[in-house]
Design a protein around this ligand. Structure first.
Ligand code: 5GP
Length: 122
């Protein structure tokens, strides 16, 4: 799948639409989700043009991957999420219902998040 330069997160990266920024460095931008599914729901995105987790892990440089993962941890620490805990999640492709075709990691926190996923068949 080719990268769509007009996807909503590409526009956020270019500053064409606003976001509530939580963190930024050379590799990553983090901002609060527009429709939060937990008291804290932040999205962390790489600055490069990668469609999904599959695309990112296949094509990004080691420096981009390391920098991005470091940023995810930094965001969680900066937001004070470590003591009570948090969940990171990345949807990739159809079955996972990925909506925005720019790779992103969700960070959820601020309540008991329950078990990771329902049982098979539910
Ligand atoms: P996905 O289903 O692709 O893993 O998650 C996409 C996420 O992006 C959703 O949680 C959705 O609420 C969020 N989102 C979609 N459009 C915008 C936007 O314009 N701004 C922000 N901050 N979040 C958005």
């Amino acid at each position: 799948m080719a990268y769509d330069t007009n996807n909503i997160f590409a526009k956020i990266l270019r500053g064409e639409i606003p976001c509530k920024k939580a963190y930024e460095d050379e590799h990553a931008l983090a901002f609060h989700d527009i429709a939060p599914q937990a008291p804290t729901h932040v999205l962390v995105i790489p600055k490069g043009p990668y469609v999904s987790a599959d695309d990112f892990t296949a094509r990004a440089s080691d420096a981009e991957i390391a920098g991005f993962m470091r940023a995810v941890g930094t965001v969680a620490r900066d937001l004070g999420l470590v003591a009570k805990g948090y969940r990171i999640l990345a949807n990739a492709g159809r079955d996972a219902h990925q909506e925005v075709p720019h790779f992103h990691v969700h960070i959820f926190a601020g309540k008991d998040l329950g078990r990771m996923i329902g049982p098979v068949g539910s």
